[in-house]
Design a protein around this ligand. Structure first.
Ligand SMILES: Nc1ncnc2c1ncn2[C@@H]1O[C@H](COP(=O)(O)OP(=O)(O)O)[C@@H](O)[C@H]1O
Ligand SMILES: Cc1ncc(COP(=O)(O)OP(=O)(O)O)c(N)n1
Length: 269
């Protein structure tokens, strides 16, 4: 068999490890595989985590993050980057400085708190997210808790999402994707660059196994961008992927199980 010469687009996640495999680096790499891109990782922190919550978290030294990034980017190259758990102000600032020099699109999931309420970002790092990380983002994907942390805006309905997007865009990302997963009714997200507005609406699945939804959505967006899609198309495709993964989420452990990243490969039930 001849050796393949065509290389798939490469996507880098800069995020923390979830030992349970539902969120973080593990969710990102599974999502990338499902999109046919080559996934790579810069690990920022290790969490002891399962369906019940986060039992422990340890961040990596700044030099370890810098070295991983250089290893990947200088040799292999990237067509898109996704960031997730960055843990501390020092890591946020390091990652923002590295990403300021890339031409690749950057999807920033400004991870603050896990579904179980465990802090994944130090409170004193919020200002670095606002002033250093969000300005280098092509797309920022906060959930409503992260919107409240970053802007002070409490969103309770769809009209509040528009206000949230304006506040997030003021920090400098090119697009804001405000995720309405924490509201009730349909699962509605708003994507806007301040002029075009795209409302993404999907049925809300009454499935409590939704661990990793945000990581999955952001990685799917990054994968679409690496494949050459424009931002609205990448987000629309990512929404369809995460919706299917939530619908297929499974009861693993005694708490909130993960979404099913491989749902497209399973036979229909
Ligand atoms: N129960 C659900 N049914 C369908 N879609 C959902 C559900 N919960 C969240 N979503 C969608 O999952 C994506 C991630 O949103 P969200 O869960 O708010 O992010 P995070 O994991 O960062 O808290 C969004 O597209 C949101 O609308
Ligand atoms: C290591 C790690 N990174 C990110 C998260 C948050 O992931 P998210 O997709 O927002 O999912 P939930 O935790 O909200 O289910 C995490 N838990 N761990």
């Amino acid at each position: 068999m001849p050796i393949r010469t065509a290389v798939p687009p490469r996507v880098l996640t800069v995020a923390g490890s979830d030992s349970g495999g539902g969120a973080g680096i593990q969710a990102d790499l599974k999502t990338m595989l499902a999109h046919g891109v080559h996934g790579m990782s810069v690990l920022t922190a290790v969490t002891a985590q399962n369906s019940l919550g986060v039992q422990g978290a340890w961040e990596l030294p700044v030099e370890a993050v810098r070295a991983q990034y250089r290893s990947v980017v200088d040799d292999i190259g990237v067509q898109a980057v996704k960031t997730g758990m960055l843990a501390s102000a020092a890591l946020v600032e390091t990652v923002a400085e590295l990403l300021a020099a890339t031409d690749a699109p950057v999807v920033v999931d400004p991870v603050g708190v896990s579904k179980h309420g465990d802090a994944l970002l130090a409170a004193e790092a919020l200002d670095s997210v606002r002033t250093k990380l969000l300005p280098v983002a092509t797309v920022a994907t906060p959930n409503l808790d992260e919107v409240a942390q970053l802007t002070g805006v409490t969103v309770t309905d769809e009209s509040g999402m528009r206000r949230a997007a304006e506040e997030i865009l003021a920090f400098g990302p090119r697009w804001a994707l405000i995720k309405g997963g924490h509201l009730t009714g349909d699962a509605v997200d708003l994507l806007t660059d301040g002029s075009a507005e795209h409302w993404l609406r999907a049925p809300r699945y009454d499935n409590r196994h939704t661990h990793g939804t945000g990581c999955t959505l952001a990685s799917a967006v990054a994968s679409g961008l690496a494949l050459g899609q424009d931002v609205p198309t990448a987000v629309e495709n990512a929404k369809a992927y995460v919706t299917g993964a939530i619908r297929a989420g499974f009861p693993l452990g005694g708490g909130i199980g993960p979404v099913d990243h491989g749902w497209r490969t399973r036979p229909a039930e």
